[in-house]
Design a protein around this ligand. Structure first.
Ligand SMILES: *Cc1c(COP(=O)(O)O)cnc(C)c1O
Length: 364
């Protein structure tokens, strides 16, 4: 069967060039006579894969020297616990912004370990916007200030960074990492589950300022599982135990692929063109409406509705039949959602818009 266009929110489409290269290297990686999956993680060949992946991510995101890159496991959700366990230090609380399901799960998990101060929430409006922040609600003694950069389910994104002063910003960037350049120096921790823009599910990439690694070494809660300790992961070069070797290999291929395409400036250019095309059509459509106001819109996840559930369903089914899959919206929003991560190119979005236009004509 021909490749379909996969608009899934995650796991999502990977660049075809990456899949083809992995296929070619599957049974004999670089004249080793084994696949990457069968290789010792202590072998020279695998160490080279790991270090190249780290270095390429550093290049891609211009990660400063005073940050480390950790490859961890358990997906993004495991970080919901790892963060408070590692970096509370002598503080007893952290600030959180509740902008969606993932932010809410993160703050609920943190409540097991510390006092969570919810500085703002858009929950009452079904998370359809990024809430305004009132600085008087911030706790100046917070260990960190937590937010979710891009809210995958609702299609919102922080388009201006919160200013928490000296309190380190910690962000879940799972669904927007590598979609555009970010100023890493503004953050204490950036982390992302791999299955959106990086690679296979289960792997989580943690970009962490080195003083926070030191804080975890000195002051991590004693109950912190060894596998969740940032300092131990860093000291062991992300290989305290057997790391998810194949996932790291695929992530490395994706990083290399993005560098070859021109890096994150180029990725942003492409993503803005894709989003402009799709939102532009939706804003002018008589049938479909985007659910998010302009200033909060995500570049990566685009939810939209017809206002009629039957018509939404009909559209999703017709799209699937046309080879455009996983357009059904998340159950908490309904309607449709197109996730247009890096691996979906402008032609892919053109195909989607042409499909929607035709559907609108035939069903309007
Ligand atoms: C997908 C996603 C998660 C969950 O990732 P897992 O790897 O399944 O734990 C968390 N946060 C955001 C923003 C996501 O998009």
């Amino acid at each position: 069967m021909a490749r379909v266009l996969n608009f899934s929110a995650g796991p999502s489409q990977l660049p075809l060039a990456v899949l083809e290269r992995a296929a070619k290297e599957m049974t004999d990686y670089s004249n080793t006579g084994t696949s990457v999956m069968e290789m010792s993680h202590r072998s020279k060949a695998f160490e080279a894969i790991l270090h190249k992946a780290k270095d390429d991510l550093r290049k891609l995101m211009s990660i400063p020297e005073n940050y480390d890159v950790l490859f961890m496991q358990g997906g993004a959700s495991t970080q919901f616990a790892a963060i408070p366990l590692n970096i509370l230090g002598d503080k007893d609380g952290a600030d959180y912004v509740d902008t969606g399901t993932w932010a809410n799960k993160a703050l609920k998990e943190a409540q097991k370990y510390c006092k969570v101060n919810v500085v703002a929430s858009s929950k009452e409006q079904n998370y359809n916007h990024i809430p305004d922040l009132d600085k008087s609600k911030f706790n100046p003694n917070a260990a960190y200030f937590y937010f979710t950069t891009n809210n995958t389910i609702y299609g919102t994104k922080w388009n201006t960074l919160p200013d928490a002063g000296d309190v380190p910003l910690v962000t879940d960037m799972s669904s927007s990492i590598l979609s555009e350049p970010v100023d890493v120096a503004k953050y204490g921790i950036i982390y992302g589950g791999a299955q959106k823009n990086i690679g296979p599910a289960g792997l989580v990439v943690v970009i962490i300022r080195k003083d926070l690694i030191e804080l975890s070494k000195q002051k991590a809660k004693t109950v912190t599982p060894t596998m969740l300790r940032y300092d131990i992961c860093a000291e062991n070069d992300s290989m305290y135990n057997t790391p998810p070797t194949y996932s790291i290999y695929i992530a490395g291929l994706v990083f290399e692929h993005l560098l070859n395409l021109g890096g994150l400036q180029e990725a942003k250019k492409r993503n803005v063109a894709k989003a402009d095309l799709l939102y532009g059509y939706l804003d002018n459509s008589k049938m479909f409406k985007p659910t998010i106001r302009k200033q909060d819109r995500s570049l990566m996840n685009v939810p939209f509705v017809t206002g009629n559930e039957e018509l939404d369903d009909k559209c999703v089914k017709a799209a699937t039949a046309a080879g455009l899959i996983n357009l059904k919206g998340h159950r908490s929003v309904g309607g449709l959602r197109a996730s247009i991560y890096n691996a979906i190119d402008l032609d892919g979005v053109k195909t989607l818009v042409n499909f929607l236009e035709k559907f609108e004509k035939e069903n309007g």
